[in-house]
Design a protein around this ligand. Structure first.
Ligand code: 13P
Ligand code: SF4
Length: 356
């Protein structure tokens, strides 16, 4: 299916987008001046943003970029953001590890996180003196919601002396109870950094199972799942492979083990992007959230993307409209209780020190 046609289908299932309402409320207009000023940005995303949508997006993009300067703010955006956010308003983009490292280096007064809540919390942990905003506090994560600090304390009691590694997809409360954090790009390295031959990994069962295939350590796993990646199946992948000779399939480690086994490569969202850029396959399927393919397609002409397409409903809460409102009204500010923050920060900092 052509990229544009597929993008239109993707957008229909995204119920968060209502630019017309915000435009009329704020009197932002698509004037000839706005059209001219925003033309280079449209040139960048025209293969994945339909022309009919651009007149509603362009005034918001201009207003957001102007507001960023007025507020001395930077936007950190995850790879799952929609292309107009990823390519037109973001200052830094990346996977969870790349964003955490970028957050620690931000000099501006304000960080606006375009991603889910645990990512905004991680930015706050990494750069506590900055005002960190998220445009929808309800942007959660099924993994982060699957475990509490009390659960981690219970694990400690059940397995005395066994180190506990938390995936970054957790609340600050959970990070504060664990020995160290990891992301999908460094989980194996972090697990191997312990001398113990047993390691507990929370909360992603499938990431833990993937790590177990790459290490000699015994891994004790929590049973949390990503609601987006758990829906992929090996059967689905094999059907796409049969229908598309020469197809390369790359998968995120949050996928079930049978999916990872059926894929040609497994890595974090950042590693998946690098893999496509470096290998330039003629046809590729990224087994992860939909917007990734749109965002990479913009930068890799000549690569055809086959899209099994599962949306993360939490990531899709972040829209141009609410980003504009967040910068206008300087809300919602992300705060972390001081007694939690220092221990949680240490867990993320230890990971960064060990792997970057
Ligand atoms: P990455 O760190 O690979 O970007 O993963 C974050 C995430 O939430 C994937 O679902
Ligand atoms: Fe969480 Fe899955 Fe969404 Fe990533 S894709 S934020 S792991 S629910």
């Amino acid at each position: 299916m052509a990229v544009m046609e597929q993008t239109l289908i993707n957008r229909k299932s995204d119920q968060q987008i209502n630019p017309a309402a915000v435009l009329s409320a704020s009197k932002l207009e698509y004037t000839p001046e706005v059209a001219k000023e925003m033309a280079p940005l449209y040139e960048r995303v025209k293969s994945v943003v339909p022309p009919v949508e651009w007149p509603q997006m362009a005034p918001l993009i201009k207003a957001i970029n102007d507001l960023k300067k007025q507020r001395n703010a930077v936007i950190l955006a995850h790879n799952y953001m929609t292309p107009e956010i990823f390519h037109c308003i973001s200052d830094y983009v990346g996977d969870s590890l790349q964003l955490a490292v970028e957050a620690s280096k931000v000099d501006a007064d304000v960080i606006l996180q375009c991603g889910v809540h645990f990512m905004a919390e991680t930015s706050k942990l990494m750069n506590p003196s900055k005002k960190v905003l998220i445009s929808d506090v309800k942007a959660g994560c099924s993994l982060a919601e699957s475990i509490t600090a009390a659960d981690v304390r219970a694990l400690r009691e059940a397995y005395p002396g066994v180190p506990i590694v938390t995936y970054v997809n957790t609340s600050a409360d959970v990070k504060a109870e664990c020995d160290i954090c990891c992301t999908s790009s460094n989980a194996v390295q972090i697990v191997n950094s312990f001398e113990s031959d047993k390691v507990i990994m929370v909360p992603d069962e499938y990431l833990a199972k993937y790590v177990a295939t790459q290490t000699d350590k015994e891994i004790i796993a929590w049973k949390g799942h990503c609601e987006v990646h758990e829906r992929f199946t090996a059967k689905e992948l094999n059907e796409y492979r049969e229908a598309n000779p020469g197809l390369k399939i790359i998968a995120h480690p949050e996928c079930p083990p049978e999916v990872i086994e059926a894929a040609d490569y497994t890595g974090s969202t950042g590693a998946m992007i690098s893999w496509v850029k470096n290998n330039r396959p003629s046809k590729v399927m990224m087994v992860t959230e939909c917007s990734m393919s749109d965002n990479v397609a913009v930068e890799t002409p000549g690569v055809e993307f086959i899209r099994p397409c599962n949306f993360c409903p939490h990531m899709k809460r972040i829209t141009l409209e609410n980003v504009y409102e967040a910068l206008l009204e300087m809300k919602e500010e992300v705060t972390i209780a001081p007694e939690i923050a220092e221990r949680a920060r240490l867990s993320v900092q230890k990971m960064i020190d060990a792997t970057t």
